[in-house]
Design a protein around this ligand. Sequence first.
Ligand code: URA
Length: 431
Amino acid sequence: MHIVDIITKKRDGHALTKQEIEYVIDSYTKGEIPDYQISAFLMATYFNQMNDEEATYLALAMRDSGDSIDLSDIKGIKVDKHSTGGVGDKVTLILGPLLASLGAKFAKMSGRGLGHTGGTIDKLESIPGYKVEIKVEDFIKQVQDIGIAVVGQSGDVAPADKKLYALRDVTATVDCIPLIASSIMSKKLASGADAICLDVKVGHGAFMKTEEEAEKLAKLMVEIGKLAGKKVTAILTGMDEPLGHKIGNGLEVYEAIETLHGKGPKDLVEVTLTIGEQLLLDANLAANQKEARSMLEASLNDGRAYQKFLELVKAQGGDVDKLKHPEDLIAKEKVEVLVPKDGFITEMNALDIGKAAMRLGAGRETKEDQILLDVGIDLHKKIGDQVHKGDILATLYVRNKGIDEAKSLLLNAITIGHQKTEIKLIKKKIS
Ligand code: URA
């Protein structure tokens, strides 16, 4: 097989065979094909796309480029969730303990944030002592013992995706649906869960800006999962505004703790419960959606989910005492941003609000950037709220970095109009 022939075939709009895709991935992982040829292959794919079979072969080839985690020693159905990335998305921090408190086995490998989107691993690292890197045997044992572990991705899961993603980043080929779907699914399939719920974000702050694109991505990922023998569901949820009120690592842990005490913001709770219902059903722990919801609500409200969160943090070396005073996880210096005029908030560009948090130091522009775990934004207003000039729009928790830029990004992200607007949060379910 020759890479030039495969590039030509894709350039001319033909579908590739399983063998051809395996050849590309295998040879590239071994360093036998140079970046410039894979760049041409990616660009040909970007313009001519891939059909469902090709995207599945690509996902499976990338899964098989490294280790797959074998969770079969853990009794019961193992569940996992994945978000395509958003602003203020701290659902995993709440959903994992919540599901584990109800008997599910939540074995999760998470990522770090990049650009305007946050990552669960950074958020957990804002808890002093919390270890995100643990041996695979210990990861499995922890899920057996307490029903939950949330760790960083182990070194050799889907190495082909790691290499390809870095190349896509610098060749303008990230936003291509078959490449995104196979990239996400290669890692999910390698992580070993039986049932996976994908939270596909739609809106300004997400990869997918329209519901149509998001649905296409969701359907393809569900199809790849099915062809790989897994139970996969996708839920399309809105990212027209940040999820919840708090953005930034320590701040998001703070809001997750409030939510685990039954005092979470409505949108964050709704997304968490919707995904939770699906995974409880997939794990055969609830007979129907209504029962699943009432089980989830009961655990959030009676403290079982919070206790499970404490168990998780303790098991991974975190300082549980610090969680009693979550305000210690955030920067002491505050800057208030005021509402500039009367009206109703009609838009909150989540992308720009994510960028504002990044400028304060909460996120990284490049993979190598160091982040500040205690800075970020607490939004006091959300879409649909009536506001008056001079109200506090947001409190910035800062450390002498990017304050003016963050303020102006935030103010430009907000539209104030005359009429109350409502946005739809849970848009569609695809299974
Ligand atoms: N997240 C991934 O893991 N891969 C992509 O291609 C895009 C988002």
